[in-house]
Design a protein around this ligand. Structure first.
Ligand SMILES: Cc1cc2nc3c(=O)[nH]c(=O)nc-3n(C[C@H](O)[C@H](O)[C@H](O)COP(=O)(O)OP(=O)(O)OC[C@H]3O[C@@H](n4cnc5c(N)ncnc54)[C@H](O)[C@@H]3O)c2cc1C
Length: 263
């Protein structure tokens, strides 16, 4: 199996909000810009980063310059009252010529620090980001690829679909709370997108899990990429291994968030 790719530049980059838009009703697209983004090393696919947000009223935004092991210890040792909160996000799009980086935030309300910040973000707001590299690491020579996620992984899955070799075959199951949140993915012709609508009040991820389980798999070997609310990747991985005999090495799974718990 191929390995996830580490970041090419692991230094903290400051960036400013240059645009805010509702790309769909449930997804807020924040575009960051700024000279330090000249040092950002785009890797495409599901490249992700740690996003540091200022505490309300914090104009100083003091962070260690480098979050290596020592820098991270220093960050964690900061008193909670003055420590900028950190969350994980995906590079939805990077435009090198403009030095602009888009982030798509699921708008899940004020319960979330990041979601609340995105809902109130204004041009000029400052954040910091620390590249983490690429998780998508397909097994060589598989016959087809399977993707499953809820809306939190739409930016990652769409990024992978956009950058896949055009000859790739596969199926992507993307669960949404509303079909108004569908997006263009730029997937290769041979990758079929299955948009799955979640019933109001249903637990996120269950509809996507059931849709994959009910699906007749194409013949041949598969690489699976499963992200989203914690129980989707863990349940689907278990099912793929136990019921479909998919080797564990052919599955990338990552819990993106957990119901009722701040990350
Ligand atoms: C590698 C990686 C990449 C990610 N990329 C993205 C991305 O590009 N866009 C994106 O929107 N998310 C992404 N996520 C998920 C994101 O990090 C989490 O959803 C995170 O918890 C959001 O932080 P918050 O401050 O808004 O909410 P938190 O303060 O962490 O949580 C507060 C409450 O909100 C709930 N909650 C958290 N996330 C969601 C959600 N998506 N829907 C409904 N309720 C939620 C929690 O259960 C909790 O009850 C990614 C996660 C990982 C690990």
């Amino acid at each position: 199996m191929n390995k996830p790719l580490p970041p090419r530049n692991a230094t903290m980059l400051l960036a400013d909000v240059v645009r805010v838009a509702h790309v769909t009703p449930g997804m807020i697209r924040i575009t960051l810009g700024g000279d330090t983004l000249a040092d950002f090393e785009p890797m495409g696919f599901d490249q992700w980063f740690r996003l540091f947000l200022p505490l309300e009223g914090d104009t100083n935004f003091a962070l260690p310059k480098k979050i290596d092991f020592l820098g991270y210890m220093h960050y964690l040792a900061m008193p909670k009252a003055t420590r900028p909160p950190m969350r994980n996000y995906t590079v939805r799009q990077f435009r090198a010529a403009e030095r602009e980086l888009d982030i798509d935030f699921v708008a899940h309300g004020d319960a979330g620090v990041a979601s609340g910040w995105a809902a109130r973000a204004e041009v000029g707001d400052r954040v910091a980001l620390l590249d983490q590299g690429v998780m998508y690491a397909p097994t060589d020579g598989v016959d087809w690829q399977l993707f499953a996620t809820d809306e939190s992984g739409l930016p990652a899955v769409a990024g992978v679909l956009r950058d896949l070799p055009r000859s790739t075959k596969g199926h992507a199951f993307i669960e949404l709370g509303s079909l108004d949140d569908m997006q263009e993915t730029g997937a290769p012709e041979g990758v079929q997108i299955h948009w799955i609508l979640r019933d109001p009040g249903a637990r996120p991820g269950v509809a996507a899990l059931e849709a994959v389980q009910a699906f007749e798999f194409p013949p041949g070997s598969v690489y699976a990429y499963v992200v989203g609310e914690q129980s989707l990747p863990t349940s689907l991985r278990r099912w793929l291994v136990n019921e479909r005999g998919v080797p564990k090495a052919n599955i990338m799974f990552c819990g993106y968030w957990r119901i009722g718990s701040a990350h």
